[in-house]
Design a protein around this ligand. Structure first.
Ligand code: FES
Length: 157
């Protein structure tokens, strides 16, 4: 997939400097880079290993462990479908199926236009409103198949 991402090396450098290239801040640095691009572009990895003097394997471990950080390109909008117990009993599976159909992708994938990434998450803390999805920082509850699809439609340009 061509993400069309152009790395702003000055900003990457500023982020690293902000944390004084302290290897103990690797997670924060990766999170800040991720906030810029919605993922950590692989081109950045050699810079992190060199400047922070950390092993490449540690970078992969952080990306594997923390769900908010990815080394794969992610969409502008991260669509998280809550699959916690309360949402599950209220039909989270149907919401997932509806959004897979709507976006024509599987769970964990990103649409070809880099607009949406579809993911399943555990309880997002508003069980009474289930089934719930979040799109970036916004939460949408009380959904059914068609209203979930409408929510997604609302984010299209
Ligand atoms: S189980 Fe979905 S918000 Fe708690």
């Amino acid at each position: 997939m061509d993400t069309g991402v152009t790395i702003d090396w000055e900003k990457i450098d500023a982020i690293i400097e902000n944390y004084k290239a302290n290897p103990e801040t690797l997670l924060m640095i990766m999170q800040d880079i991720s906030d810029m691009y919605n993922y950590v572009p692989p081109e950045v990895i050699p810079i992190l290993t060199e400047r922070l003097r950390v092993k490449e394997s540690l970078i992969y471990s952080v990306a594997t462990f923390y769900k908010t950080i990815s080394l794969e390109p992610r969409g502008k909008y991260i669509v998280n479908i809550c699959t916690g117990t309360a949402c599950h009993v209220r039909g989270a599976d149907k919401i997932m199926d509806a959004l897979k159909e709507k976006l024509k992708i599987k769970e964990g994938q990103t649409t070809d236009d880099n607009l949406f990434t579809l993911e399943a998450v555990r309880c997002v803390g508003c069980c009474a409103s289930g089934p719930v999805i979040t799109v970036n920082q916004e939460t949408h509850g009380g959904l059914d198949r068609s209203s979930a699809a409408e929510v997604i439609e609302g984010y299209k340009p």
